[in-house]
Design a protein around this ligand. Structure first.
Ligand code: SF4
Length: 385
């Protein structure tokens, strides 16, 4: 069922020849429900439900192209190659919902000029914003757009109740908007022609590696949901004999063992507590020490918090320290300390940043358990990158 698409197919190809239809809100919601589109920004929430949550409330609609995940490059490429599709998606949703404002938020890594050109003559306001790992979270983005620091807000007040300008606000990832513009033109059956019945369509995957010789074609590929992970890696030119793990979903994601027979779907990746997320696949090379690399990521994540909740102020820096000690090399006490600190930060913040970090560390300890043992025995000879 699943088909591999090249990077010149749906999202990154020539601009569509058909005009964008006008759809009323019920019609658009029904179409998107039939298509089965889910958010392509990380959360994977059903897009039809997000649309329905603000229908009838004259919302502000925000296109999210903050791309705060360091390993992701797909929104930057999408907006460089197909900015018109993203603007179309925003215009489509705005017209259907009677939106008060349409805002396209660009992080610092997104090329602004093609987007500004594509938005000319439309209702879409293009905003260039400062970035950071948590700046793309919905409430942090709302704060930035309203002129406040880009940190997450009280999760008990969801942005679809009170967001930009104090109005109900719908935030959709740039790729999700581009998919919507294609679905409106081509229909739900077209969208479902690739992917799996429960996880249809394509997504943009950013594939990179920790070693220079592991991957011949790092970059962004448009691939179908349901493709086997190993097929995606082969398409990117991976030398599978050099791969010791694949981080799926980015810095808040989880590791998948290289020999895993797993499909790139929400359901199948859940076996490893991973999800397609924003489409990030990081290939770990056999010469890279997984613990040292994980410690670097944990240190980065600890530095990206808004420092307004206990787990971020205290727990995450200590967790990163403990992981670094284990990587260089550690003792059994360090293993216990990593587990203790991981448990302390998990589920304790006002947003999902500590939870995502805890999940990443848990996955590291589980998938690389044999490597942890090597460290305890002082036997790791991999590069501490
Ligand atoms: S958990 Fe961390 S990142 Fe999230 S709101 Fe609190 S301090 Fe900020």
């Amino acid at each position: 069922m699943s088909t591999l698409l090249t990077s010149t197919d749906r999202l990154l190809g020539p601009a569509p020849e058909y005009p964008l239809p006008h759809l009323e809100a019920p019609e658009l919601i029904r179409l998107v429900e039939e298509a089965g589109l889910t958010g392509r920004g990380g959360g994977g929430f059903p897009t039809a439900r997000k649309l329905a949550s603000v229908a009838g409330h004259l919302p502000v609609v925000v296109g999210n192209a903050m791309e705060g995940e360091p390993l992701s490059a797909k929104d930057a490429l999408l907006l460089a190659r197909s900015p018109g599709l993203v603007v179309d998606g925003l215009s489509l949703v705005g017209a259907a919902l009677g939106a008060k404002r349409l805002v396209l938020a660009l992080g610092p890594r997104i090329p602004a000029e093609p987007v500004q050109l594509a938005a000319r003559g439309t209702r879409v306001e293009v905003r260039l914003l400062p970035g950071g790992f948590v700046a793309g979270q919905e409430s942090a983005l709302v704060n930035l757009l309203d002129g406040r620091p880009g940190v997450p807000s009280d999760p008990r007040v969801p942005v679809f109740h009170r967001g930009v300008d104090g109005r109900p606000t719908l935030v959709l990832n740039a790729e999700t908007l581009a998919q919507l513009a294609l679905i409106a033109r081509n229909g739900a059956a077209w969208f479902r022609a690739v992917g799996t019945p429960s996880d249809p369509g394509t997504f943009l995957a950013t594939i990179s590696a920790t070693g220079p010789t592991t991957l011949r074609h790092p970059g962004v590929l448009e691939i179908a949901r349901g493709l086997p992970l190993r097929s995606a890696l082969r398409t990117a030119g991976a030398d599978l004999d050099r791969v010791t793990g694949v981080l799926v979903g980015g810095y808040h994601g989880a590791w998948v063992p290289p020999d895993a027979d797993v499909l790139l779907t929400v359901d199948d990746l859940a076996r490893f507590r991973a999800s397609p997320g924003a489409g990030v696949l990081l290939v770990l090379d056999r010469d890279t020490c997984p613990l040292a690399h994980a410690a670097t990521i944990a240190r980065y994540l600890a530095g990206q918090s808004a420092r307004q909740c206990g787990p971020c102020v205290n727990g995450m820096p200590l967790l990163a320290d403990a992981l670094a000690r284990l990587a260089s090399p550690g003792t059994a006490t360090t293993v216990t300390e990593v587990e203790r600190l991981r448990g302390l930060v998990d589920g304790r913040g006002a947003c999902a940043h500590p939870d995502g970090t805890a999940r990443f560390v848990a996955s590291t300890m589980q998938v690389f358990a044999a490597h942890v043992q090597q460290h305890l025995e002082g036997a790791c000879d991999a590069d501490p990158r």
